[in-house]
Structures are given as C-alpha cells and as structure tokens.
Write a protein that binds this ligand. Structure first.
Ligand SMILES: [Zn+2]
Length: 234
C-alpha cells in the first residue's frame, strides 16, 4: 500500500463502520494511573491507534501532577470522548458523573501534533471552578491558567509549534487571555512562587478579587503587567 491509501484508511474504515453498525466499530478503553481512572470513548473509531495512545498518555502525564499540585480533591473519574459532531476544538464538561474532555477528531487530523490540547483541558478539570466568565471567575484568567499549565505540564508542545510568547505585543494586556496571560503568569510566578496556586484556590472558593494580586506580589495587577511589559515588549 502506498502512503496515500494508508492515510485514507482510518477515514474509510470509519465510513464503513457507520454504514454497517456503529457499535461494531466503537472503540472504548478504561485505564487507571496515579489514582485516576480514564474512560476513553470513540464511537466511530475516528482516530488512529498511535494518536489514541498519545492522547491517553498525555492525559495521565498532565492530569495526575496537575491534580496533585493544584487540587488533590479534583475528580478521580475522567473521560475523553472523541466526537465528530462537535465542531470546536475541545472542551470540558460533565457527562455521566465523569469530568469529560470532548475532542473534535477533525481538528486532530488537521493538527496531529496538537495532542497537548489535552493538557490545557485537563487543567480545566483540576480548576473545576463553580462559575465561568464573570467578576469572581474571569474567563481570561481561567484560560490563562490553563495555558500556563499547558506550558508547565505539556508532554510535547514543540510538536504543535506551541509555546508561550516571549514578548508582549502592542494592544495586549493582562486580560488578553490564553497564551498572553499564560506567559504573564509564568513570569509573575517566577518572581512570586505560589502566585498561580493562590489565584487558583481563590477562583475555586469564590474569594478571588483583583486585590489578591497585590496581596501576593506587592503590586496591583496593572502595575505588575506594566513591569512585565516593560521587560518584554518588542
Ligand atoms: Zn480552555
């Protein structure tokens, strides 16, 4: 078989499975590591085995230490669901009593190096905040912490060409979110160890206010960002 037909095979198999009996081709596996149980479900067996293995490995390598470092009471039951009907990239929710990461297989087909998206999503399970995107739990900070964690616990971010930015660009601020906030958190944590854990704890307990930044670093949030930007602006 040449390379082209090999590459077509998983998709062709999936199509055949849909025509025959979906249940016949469904792939399910349960694994346990580090006190955490992961159920992996791919109803259409949409991902090649090597990719599936990398996703499962990445989950455990990220989630077990994230959970130990940030929130030892975070769920011990988790699931990864490969869902071609979901048209985003990946998200976390709760399904059948398990914290569940849903992944769009089309994204991974196009970006096969991006398996550390699981590391970002696993941190969302650890976070488990009671709210999202309001004053008590700002969305920019939630996503910034998840990308900080992708950098810190990622298995192979280089494979996706993924990295935290080294320089601040015009128009960015502490609340730009994702990688921009993640890089700011990394810089701030280096100078003030324990900052990210304190932020994470406060977001979970409902105690977060912007004043926490000053309590932890001695500087109000905008001043801390200004110091960071002055050092890293290009
Ligand atoms: Zn996220």
């Amino acid at each position: 078989m040449n390379r082209a037909s090999l590459r077509l095979l998983p998709g062709a198999l999936a199509a055949l499975c849909l025509l025959a009996s979906p249940a016949a081709c469904a792939f399910e596996a349960t694994q346990q590591r580090g006190g955490v149980t992961l159920r992996y479900q791919d109803a259409h067996d949409a991902l090649p085995e090597a990719m599936r293995q990398r996703i499962i490995d990445t989950f455990f390598k990220a989630y077990v230490p994230q959970r130990a470092d940030f929130h030892p009471m975070a769920p011990t039951q988790a699931a990864i669901v490969i869902d071609p009907a979901y048209d985003g990239i990946a998200f976390v929710g709760e399904k059948a009593m398990a914290a569940t990461i849903t992944i769009n297989p089309a994204w991974l087909s196009k970006h096969p190096g991006d398996t550390d998206l699981v590391t970002h999503e696993a941190m969302h399970i650890v976070q488990g905040y009671p709210e999202y995107a309001n004053e008590r739990v700002p969305g920019w900070l939630v996503e910034g912490i998840a990308d900080y964690a992708r950098d810190r616990y990622g298995v192979d971010n280089a494979a996706a060409g993924w990295a935290l930015p080294l320089a601040v660009k015009d128009g960015q601020n502490f609340d730009t979110g994702y990688r921009v906030t993640g890089a700011f958190l990394k810089w701030s944590e280096a100078a003030h160890p324990g900052l990210v854990k304190a932020l994470d704890d406060a977001l979970r307990s409902g105690a977060y206010t912007p004043a926490l930044w000053k309590e932890q670093t001695g500087q109000p949030l905008p001043a801390l960002w200004a110091a960071y930007a002055a050092e890293t602006h290009r």
